[in-house]
Design a protein around this ligand. Structure first.
Ligand SMILES: CC(C)(COP(=O)(O)OP(=O)(O)OC[C@H]1O[C@@H](n2cnc3c(N)ncnc32)[C@H](O)[C@@H]1OP(=O)(O)O)[C@@H](O)C(=O)NCCC(=O)NCCS
Length: 378
């Protein structure tokens, strides 16, 4: 096989585009959005400001941010028609599909008619309101009005719990949304860009992103990590559980990463949040945290020599539980946050669009096979 004809399975090691949105420094375990350390952004910024940063490639001046927030907040409330769409989808599908259905319905408006940035802002603003109401409907409750002044994180918690959230809960979710907003070109972002490269629209790209994130090799590890902690049940059972798990060649969920071979910087940040969440929420959250701490230590001893450390999904289940997000919705919360990453990539890609059309290496029968009519095939 000639070098030019080599297939790069899984596109591993292949650069597919140029982007100024994020830098993953795997050597030092750091992640930057447009040059800003995500840990500093999580500490000092808000998901809304980070959304501006990703969509515009720079932090806003005060007046620009105020205008952006006004626009974003005006889009957070769902129209009566959108609420009906959410109810329809939520009753028939899972949370990721319900989110996708919403954007599918949104793409019925002629999307090229407006400025693409307006669609992008609308897409980001609606995500949390759609998910919050989807959770309500799937629990047998009615959709309710959003509270845009609570921000995207606070409003999502409000919709899920029907209560004004505690300040610490808003801060936790806001930080998690920031940490999940962007991560280069994982499968879902690549999928979104492939869709965009055909000059399809922003909403259709989000649908592709959502449906690609849904797979268990991409989203989904936080939920699996949660059930793993539940299965362990007691910190004293961690070591025997780990022995058994590794002997059976099962994986520790929330460990390992395709690009990080050292501690995932997002995991480091969320671990500190999980400690605070355990202290503040107590009870079950504390037990989950104690199990996780002991499992982390035992698993690092066994797995770190192979470059396996906790990833962000190891710690988020504890924080989600403290906030009141049920485990079946962890991936969907990740998706709500990642909408801005997908859209930012799409807008960036369109600045120098090139239809994505790779090649395949043919491995089938010799060309020129003779067609035998079905009656003669036996
Ligand atoms: C994330 C993940 C898919 C990355 O995988 P990858 O880079 O493709 O690595 P591989 O699946 O090829 O695994 C390499 C080796 O490490 C082992 N390994 C990887 N993750 C492991 C884990 N979480 N627990 C135990 N062993 C693990 C594999 O069994 C394999 O061992 P082998 O060489 O003896 O067969 C993988 O680490 C995983 O499945 N983790 C658990 C799920 C998870 O937390 N996903 C969230 C990602 S953000």
């Amino acid at each position: 096989m000639e070098a030019a004809q080599r297939v790069h399975k899984g596109l591993e090691g292949v650069y597919v585009l140029e982007s100024s949105l994020c830098l993953i420094d795997t050597e030092h375990g750091k992640l930057y959005y447009v040059g800003y350390d995500v840990e500093e952004l999580a500490e000092k910024s808000s998901y809304e400001e980070v959304s501006y940063l990703l969509l515009n490639g720079r932090l806003p001046r005060r007046s620009e941010f105020e205008a952006f927030l006004t626009k974003l907040r005006s889009e957070m409330e769902l129209t009566p028609e959108e609420k009906r769409d959410v109810q329809y989808a939520a009753k028939r599908t899972g949370p990721m599909d319900a989110l996708a259905a919403f954007y599918l319905f949104a793409s019925k408006d002629p999307p090229q008619a407006k400025d693409q940035m307006e669609h992008a802002i609308k897409a980001v603003a609606k995500a949390g309101s759609v998910l919050g109401n989807t959770i309500r409907v799937q629990r047998g409750e009615e959709p309710i009005e959003s509270q845009p002044e609570l921000g995207i994180a606070g409003n999502l918690i409000y919709l899920v719990t029907s209560k004004r959230p505690e300040q610490y809960q808003v801060e936790f979710l806001d930080d998690i949304l920031i940490l999940h907003a962007e991560h280069g070109v994982p499968a879902s972002t690549f999928g979104a860009v492939v869709t965009a490269s055909t000059l399809s629209d922003v909403y259709s790209s989000i649908v592709t992103g959502l449906m690609t994130l849904k797979g268990p090799l991409h989203g989904g590890a936080a939920e699996a990590a949660y059930y793993q902690f539940v299965e362990i049940g007691d910190p004293d059972r961690v070591e025997s559980w780990l022995e058994r798990t590794l002997a059976e060649k099962r994986r520790v969920m929330g460990f390992g990463h395709r690009v990080y071979k050292i501690y995932d910087p997002r995991a480091k940040y969320v671990k500190a949040m999980a400690a605070r969440a355990a202290e503040l929420a107590g009870g079950r959250v504390k037990t989950l945290y104690e199990i996780a701490v002991r499992l982390e230590q035992a698993a690092i001893e066994k797995l770190s020599s192979r470059g396996l450390f906790p990833n962000v999904d190891f710690w988020t289940p504890i924080v989600y539980t403290a906030i009141g997000i049920p485990p079946g919705y962890f991936t969907a919360v990740f998706a709500v946050s990642r909408v801005v990453g997908w859209v930012a990539h799409v807008l960036e890609y369109w600045k120098d669009n090139r239809l994505i059309r790779p090649l395949h290496l043919y491995t089938g029968p010799e060309p020129g096979q003779r067609y035998v009519p079905i009656e003669a095939r036996g």
